[in-house]
Ligand binder design. Structure first.
Ligand code: TYD
Ligand code: MG
Length: 466
C-alpha cells in the first residue's frame, strides 16, 4: 500500500497526518494500484496480430496539405512567420508574443498579486470582444467585481461580446468552450481552477497540474487561444505555475514595483516567437497604457547627481537606455559586515564588480556599504551594463557627477579588462542617433573597426581607465 500527498504528490509507504515534504496536514490519500482493466492488451479497440500479441489500433494522421488552410475568422492576421496570428490590440503584448496571439496557443501570465494581470487581460478581452467572442472565467473575483473593472476601464463603451463565468471546474469550462466556440478564453486564475479528476484542494500542486493540463488540452482541441493567470508570491515563484510552464506554449511575466507606475512584460518561453522582447506599460486611470519609447521610463529627468550613470541594453528588437544608480557610504560603526545591496541586478554581480574595482581599479571599497539600483524596475541579467555599474560606483565614491549625456556600455572581466558583447555595436549606433554626447565602449570594438571613429566615441580598455 502506498500513500500520496494530494498537495505535493510526495509518495510514502506509511500514512502520516502531516506530509514531511510540503508540511501540509491531512493531505495523505491511499494510492490505488494501476487499474488492470485499462491496460493496453485488454483495452477497447485492440485485436490480435500474426504473432499472437495484442496490438493497439493505429493513431490517425492528417495530410499536411489539409492543414494549410487557414481559419482566422476574417480578423487581422499576420502570416509573416507562418503563424496564424490575431492582433491583440495591444502593441506591446503583440511584441512580447512574437507579433500577435497564435490560434490555439496557451499562454501562462504570471505576476505578483496586484501587479495588473487582470487589468491587462480585461483590456485584451475588451479589444477582442468587440468583434469576436470572449470567455472570461474568473475564479478569483465575483461577477460584479469583474464587471466593475470593465466599467472602470471602458465606461460607456463596453465590448458587446464578452461572457463572464465564475466556474471553477475545468471540465465544465471545457463544455462551455465547446458550446460557445469563443475566439479567446481567459482563465483568472489557475490557483482557483479545479479538476474533477484531482483530489487536491484548489491551488495544490496536483490540482494545478491536472486542471492546467486539461485547460491547455481544451485550447488545442478547440483551437482557441487561452490566457491563464498564475499568481506568484513575493518570493518569486509558487510551485504551481512552475509545473504548468512545460505544457503551455508561452510564459509571460508581468513585473514592476507596485509602488511605481511602470510594468514590464517579458516572456521566458515562447514556442511562436523570440523571448528577448519586453513590453512596457504605465499603470494609470485607464489601466495599462503602452509606453512607446521605453527609455523614457528608465531615465529620470533633471540634474544628475553623483552615482548616476546611463547605460544601454538590447531587449529583443529594441535598444533601451537605462539609468544605473549607486550609493556608497562609509560602513557604520559597530557593523561587522559591509552591505552590498542590489536591485535590478544580481547581488553576486555587484560583489564581483566591487572586487574588480578594488583590486584592478584602485578604489577603496572594502570599508564601504554599496547600494546599486536600476531605475524603472527593470531586471537586468546581462553583463553589458558592467561598465556603467563600475562608473556609477566610482562616481559615487568620489562624489563626482557624470554628465547625463554620457552612455557607458561594456562587459567587465575579472582582470578589469572591458570586453565586447553581442549587440554592443547596435547600442552605440542607437546612442549616437539619439544624440548622446559621448559613448564609452569596449576598446576592442574600436581597435577592430567595429564602429566608425568619431569624437563622440571613446574606447575603454580597462576599468582603471575610467
Ligand atoms: P489587477 O489587475 O487586479 O492585479 P492582479 O490581477 O495582477 O492581481 O490590478 C490591481 C491594481 O491595479 C490595483 O492596485 C488597482 C490598480 N488599477 C489602476 O491603478 N488603474 C486601473 O485602471 C485598474 C483597473 C487597476
Ligand atoms: Mg487578478
Amino acid at each position: 500500500m502506498q500513500y500520496i500527498c494530494t498537495n505535493c504528490e510526495y509518495h510514502a509507504l506509511q500514512w502520516s497526518g502531516r506530509c514531511p515534504n510540503c508540511g501540509e496536514w491531512g493531505t495523505y490519500e491511499e494510492m490505488k494500484d494501476a487499474d488492470p482493466k485499462v491496460s493496453v492488451s485488454k483495452g477497447v479497440g485492440t485485436k490480435g496480430n500474426l504473432l499472437g500479441e495484442n496490438v493497439v489500433e493505429s493513431a490517425e494522421s492528417v495530410n499536411l496539405s489539409e492543414l494549410m488552410v487557414s481559419d482566422a475568422g476574417g480578423r487581422d492576421t499576420d502570416f509573416a512567420d507562418g503563424y496564424d496570428r490575431i492582433d491583440s490590440g495591444i502593441g506591446e503584448l503583440n511584441r512580447v508574443l512574437g507579433g500577435g496571439i497564435v490560434q490555439g496557443e496557451a499562454v501562462l501570465i504570471s505576476g505578483e498579486p496586484g501587479i495588473g494581470k487582470s487589468t491587462l487581460l480585461t483590456q485584451l478581452a475588451s479589444n477582442i470582444g468587440r468583434d469576436g467572442d470572449v470567455l472570461y472565467v474568473s475564479g478569483e473575483e465575483s461577477l460584479s467585481q469583474v464587471a466593475s473593472r470593465f466599467k472602470r476601464l471602458f465606461g460607456k463603451s463596453q465590448p458587446a461580446r464578452v461572457k463572464i463565468s465564475t466556474e471553477q471546474v475545468v471540465e465544465k469550462v471545457g463544455k462551455l468552450i465547446d458550446d460557445m466556440k469563443p475566439d479567446l478564453v481567459i482563465i483568472d486564475s489557475i490557483q482557483t481552477a479545479l479538476s474533477l479528476q484531482s483530489r487536491g484542494v484548489a491551488g495544490s500542486l496536483s490540482q494545478v497540474r491536472t486542471a492546467g493540463g486539461k485547460l491547455v488540452q481544451y485550447a488545442k482541441r478547440f483551437g482557441v487561444p487561452m490566457f491563464i493567470v498564475g499568481q506568484v508570491n513575493k518570493e518569486g515563484v509558487l510551485a504551481g505555475p512552475k509545473i504548468l510552464e512545460h505544457s503551455v506554449d508561452c510564459v509571460i511575466h508581468l513585473e514592476g514595483d507596485q509602488h511605481r507606475f511602470y510594468r514590464i512584460l517579458r516572456s521566458s518561453k515562447n514556442r511562436y516567437g523570440p523571448t528577448g522582447e519586453i513590453g512596457v506599460f504605465e499603470m494609470g486611470q485607464q489601466g495599462l497604457q503602452e509606453v512607446a519609447n521605453p527609455s523614457q521610463v528608465f531615465l529620470s529627468d533633471g540634474a544628475y547627481e553623483a552615482g548616476t550613470v546611463l547605460s544601454g541594453i538590447v531587449q529583443g528588437s529594441r535598444v533601451v537606455f537605462v539609468e544605473v544608480q549607486a550609493l556608497v557610504v562609509e560602513r557604520q560603526d559597530g557593523e561587522a559586515y559591509v552591505r552590498r545591496v542590489a536591485q535590478g541586478i544580481k547581488r553576486s554581480r555587484l560583489e564581483v564588480l566591487t572586487a574588480v574595482l578594488t583590486k584592478r581599479g584602485g578604489l577603496r571599497l572594502w570599508d564601504k556599504d554599496i547600494f546599486v539600483n536600476i531605475a524603472g524596475g527593470l531586471v537586468v541579467d546581462d553583463p553589458s551594463m558592467d561598465l556603467a555599474i563600475c562608473m556609477a560606483i566610482k562616481s559615487a565614491v568620489e562624489d563626482k557627477p557624470v554628465p547625463a549625456e554620457n552612455v557607458y556600455i561594456g562587459e567587465v572581466g575579472l582582470t578589469g579588462v572591458v570586453k565586447n558583447f553581442p549587440g554592443a555595436v547596435r547600442i552605440v549606433k542607437e546612442a549616437v542617433r539619439l544624440g548622446y554626447k559621448k559613448v564609452f565602449m569596449p576598446k576592442t570594438i574600436f581597435d577592430r573597426g567595429g564602429v566608425r571613429r568619431s569624437a563622440k566615441k571613446v574606447g575603454v580598455g580597462h576599468v582603471r581607465d575610467l
